[in-house]
Design a protein around this ligand. Structure first.
Ligand code: AMP
Ligand code: GLY
Length: 418
């Protein structure tokens, strides 16, 4: 069968690699993809937002299954367009994707169904928000309601910082209509982890656990980004905690969406914090995480396409995982996550041994040389017998590369590797 993947980042690169390895798949297309993915998929020059063209391409090519990587097309209803055209797609409908598209919707759902999450209040008016803030304990978390590419969250260590975030979102509309509503949320203290599941209605098949380093700089300092590196598994998170998260969060959420008439198909991603009262939700996403996917899929021994096809037929499905650990480091343009500047030329060796290289922000010139475009450029990852071995392999290699105009963190995995 032929498969179409929508998106253009490192997550989609690793998804295409995994899909290509399926015994069911003869061809993988990626729209629009990036030139770094040529080893695993054929690029199709249609953007994620061109829904009509994507559907007509899928029709013309007799695509059997579609995967959608990023959140924007999900909340814009791309899944519904494919479904209406009779094309099978492993992604949530627009209504189900609201669990990611609106933080207030996700919060209301969690409260209604008793799914553990941080206490919060929603505001549209600056003066009211400020008055509430004055009674809150610090640190406190300020979140834009809508999509802001992972950047609409401020964990404020001081009142002044919290007030500034409220001002930017509610008065200056920093994220446009996405920040016309804000959430002021209790700060949860504890280890953070990403727990995803393949979901179809009330069938919930958890993936293994991963952790993402979201802050830009070493020591988990600096601004929030889309993610600077990741690893899997996460030894600080025990099997008991994962079982609790499945029973109190992943399953109840899939069941709640079903009851609400928003039956979920696709990847349900729970961003969790292990508090002293057990795991609690800080966010839901309706898709694979980036860069978590890049360190999970190479550890998955099962055939992903076979699994998804069987899941969408009603199961049963079991996943099998490698005992090896995987760790990946994002290389980004200097200055990220602030606005992008000129692209920089990339000069990577062709042979990186057994390391995995997943491209995100690259374009190709007439000679086939890659130039950076956007903030995160690529992720370099390695499998190892344990996380320490994987970490050594990645940094040994990164230290030999010439990366002018780019930067990466030097401590990915530090919470797990003592
Ligand atoms: P989000 O986009 O909601 O995942 O938030 C971005 C980052 O902010 C998360 O990965 C956490 O590190 C942090 N964060 C969000 N909400 C909270 C919270 N309630 N308590 C502590 N940290 C949080
Ligand atoms: N790595 C976090 C995300 O994909 O939202």
């Amino acid at each position: 069968m032929k498969v179409l993947v929508i998106g253009r980042g490192g997550r989609e690169h690793s998804l295409c690699e995994k899909i290509k390895s399926s015994h069911l798949v003869s061809k993988v297309f990626v729209a629009p993809g990036n030139p770094g993915m040529a080893n695993v998929a054929e690029q199709v020059a249609i953007n994620e937002g061109d829904h009509e063209q994507l559907v007509s391409f899928a029709h013309g090519q007799k695509i059997s299954l579609v995967f959608i990587g990023p959140e924007q097309p999900l909340v814009e209803g791309l899944t519904d367009r494919f479904s209406e055209a009779g094309i099978k797609v492993f992604a949530p409908s627009q209504k189900a994707a609201e669990i990611e598209g609106s933080k207030t919707y996700a919060k209301e759902l969690m409260i209604k169904y008793g799914i553990p999450t941080a206490d919060y209040k929603v505001f549209r008016e600056f003066a009211e928000a400020k008055a509430y803030l004055d009674q809150c304990q610090i640190p406190i978390v300020i979140k834009a309601d809508g999509l802001a590419a992972g950047k609409g969250v401020v964990v404020a260590e001081t009142r002044a910082e919290a007030e500034e975030a409220l001002r930017e979102m509610l008065l200056d509309e920093k994220f446009g209509s996405a920040s016309s509503k804000v959430i002021i949320e209790e700060f949860l203290d504890g280890e953070e982890f990403s727990f995803m599941a393949l979901v179809h209605g009330d069938l919930v098949i958890p993936l293994d656990v991963a952790q993402d380093h979201k802050r830009a700089f070493d020591g988990d300092a600096g601004p929030n980004t889309g993610g600077m590196g990741s690893y899997s598994p996460v030894p600080q998170i025990s099997k008991d905690v994962l079982d609790t998260a499945i029973e109190t969060i992943l399953r109840p959420t899939a069941e709640a969406l079903l009851k609400e008439g928003r039956s979920f198909t696709g990847i349900l991603y729970a961003g969790l914090i292990l508090t002293s009262g057990g795991p609690k939700v800080i966010e839901f996403n309706a898709r694979f995480g980036d860069p978590e996917t890049q360190v999970l899929l190479p550890r998955l021994k099962s055939d992903l396409v076979d699994v998804v096809v069987r899941l969408m037929q009603g199961g049963p499905v079991e996943l099998s995982w490698s005992n090896q650990a995987m760790l990946g480091v994002v290389v980004a343009r200097e200055g990220y996550p602030e606005e992008s500047r000129e692209g920089v030329q990339l000069d990577l060796p062709n042979d990186l041994g057994d390391l995995h290289l997943y491209y995100s922000g690259v374009i190709s010139d007439a000679e086939g040389n890659f130039t950076s475009s956007g903030g995160r450029i690529f992720l370099l990852a390695a499998l190892g017998d344990d996380l320490e071995e994987a970490q050594n392999k990645v940094y040994d290699c990164l230290n030999t590369l010439k990366l002018p105009g780019l930067f990466h963190r030097n401590d990915i995995g530090f919470r797990a590797i003592k």
